[in-house]
Design a binder for this molecule. Structure first.
Ligand code: MN
Length: 424
């Protein structure tokens, strides 16, 4: 199923949008905001959708299927194409190998291009045993005490790079489940040294125009220690690998109340923030809809990201991705909500008056500092986000359009009720 722009045009009539937009644009212009430039920034901001987020996720207790899930790589690309047609913000797809190994590369590239999509970072998987595997990752992969297991995991990552090259990806994301569940289970230093050595071997196989993203996570699936537990460990491993290795920050991969905006700021200052995974959480790696629980934290993070994008030329452009799991919502509706939340947080961060903030910081005017941030945060920026979307031919109200067009019903008609998407 593919949505044409003409499908959306007739839904895009609203007596309110022009009025709301003009009112806001006038107010912002009077304050010295370059509104047209802000709209261009919003329209250019594209977020990758991971192939594993298009079906129902699950917990260790159960999985409740959605009907009409994409059962093949081609159908996953079509789903992201639908999201992109509606939101004009999801112009990339991130694949996970072996779940998404293509059989016909030319056809897959052609299909993605027809939907206006590029292939973002490609992801390896050494946290599960594959049916044809000779050795098990039960006790770790890149950190394993078993040289054979390590070599199998390294070879898998190199194969993933090969697949990515054929699709036009230019980055590899490595997330490891390696760690321990009980004290004393492994020697911390040996695990870290073996992981570093393995990552260096993968880095040596990276094409010269590629980047390596090293993701971290404090716990789960292991509950006592994770080898790459935090941004500091990722940062030192990235430095050990070389210039084209970077830290990847996933919002959910922190212990409660971590100051993620400060982590982002430090990494960008050092030119080492490579990628960013969006989601939201209350307790841990909950993988909930972006902005559904802590929208102010998301705004503060975006404020640092915007500052870094403007002031840190040493940091390359970031790979943006949603990394969420949809257990009780229609995955496509959930992703539309996430994309909207990302655009809203970005728009608000773009509105922060950086000169006024710097002056207040210099004068130790703490009250004014808070006023500057909250003035931006409390602005209803939705007309700006809508205008950016309309400028690219997207839907004024993507969620409403999704429902009015009966997209899920049409997908069920096409695919049946009981297809199951591979993923988490
Ligand atoms: Mn992630």
């Amino acid at each position: 199923m593919q949505l044409q722009k003409s499908h959306l045009q007739e839904l895009n009539t609203s007596p309110h949008h022009a009025r709301d937009y003009n009112h806001l644009a006038d107010r912002l212009t009077a304050r010295g905001v370059a509104v047209e430039a802000l709209i261009s920034d919003l329209a250019a901001f594209q977020v990758a959708i991971p192939s594993w987020a298009l079906g129902a996720g699950g917990t260790r207790f159960g999985r409740f299927s959605f009907h009409g899930e994409p059962g093949s790589l081609e159908q996953k690309i079509e789903d992201v194409g639908l999201l992109h047609a509606l939101t004009q913000t999801a112009g990339a797809i991130s694949l996970h190998i072996p779940w998404d190994t293509p059989t016909d590369y030319a056809a897959v590239r052609e299909l993605a291009a027809a939907h206006g999509l590029v292939f973002d970072a490609i992801n390896s998987n050494t946290f599960q045993d594959q049916p044809d595997a000779t050795l098990s990752y039960k006790h770790g992969s890149l950190s394993s005490t078993d040289e054979g297991v390590r070599q199998q995991a390294i070879a898998h990552n190199l194969e993933v790079i090969d697949i990515g090259e054929k699709l036009g990806s230019t980055s590899l994301t490595v997330w490891l489940a390696d760690g321990t569940t009980f004290p004393g289970q492994r020697n911390f230093q040996r695990s870290l040294l073996q992981t570093e050595d393995s990552l260096k071997q993968i880095y040596a196989g990276l094409p010269t125009d590629w980047k390596l993203f090293i993701e971290y996570k404090p716990y789960e699936p292991n509950f006592y220690s994770t080898v790459i537990q935090d941004w500091g460990t990722s940062f030192l491993l990235a430095n050990a690998c070389g210039e084209r290795a970077y830290t990847l920050v996933d919002l959910g991969h922190h212990l409660p109340n971590s100051n993620i905006e400060q982590i982002v700021s430090t990494l960008m200052l050092k030119g080492k923030l490579g990628g960013f995974h969006f989601n939201d959480s209350k307790y841990g790696d909950d993988d909930l809809t972006v902005g559904s629980i802590k929208p102010y934290a998301l705004f503060l993070i975006f404020n640092e990201l915007v500052y870094g994008m403007r002031n840190n030329p040493q940091n390359p452009p970031l790979a943006w991705m949603i990394d969420a799991s949809h257990n009780i919502k229609d995955p496509l509706e959930d992703l539309i909500q996430s994309l909207e939340a990302i655009q809203i947080a970005y728009a608000k961060a773009l509105l922060v008056d950086q000169d006024r903030l710097a002056a207040a910081q210099h004068d130790h005017d703490i009250v004014e500092c808070q006023e500057v941030l909250q003035d931006a945060f409390r602005t209803d920026v939705r007309p700006l986000v809508q205008r950016a979307r309309l400028s690219r031919g997207g839907a004024l109200h993507p969620l409403q359009a999704y429902r009015t067009l009966g997209v899920r019903d049409r997908l069920i008609q096409e695919r049946g009720r009981f297809t199951v998407a591979t993923g988490l």
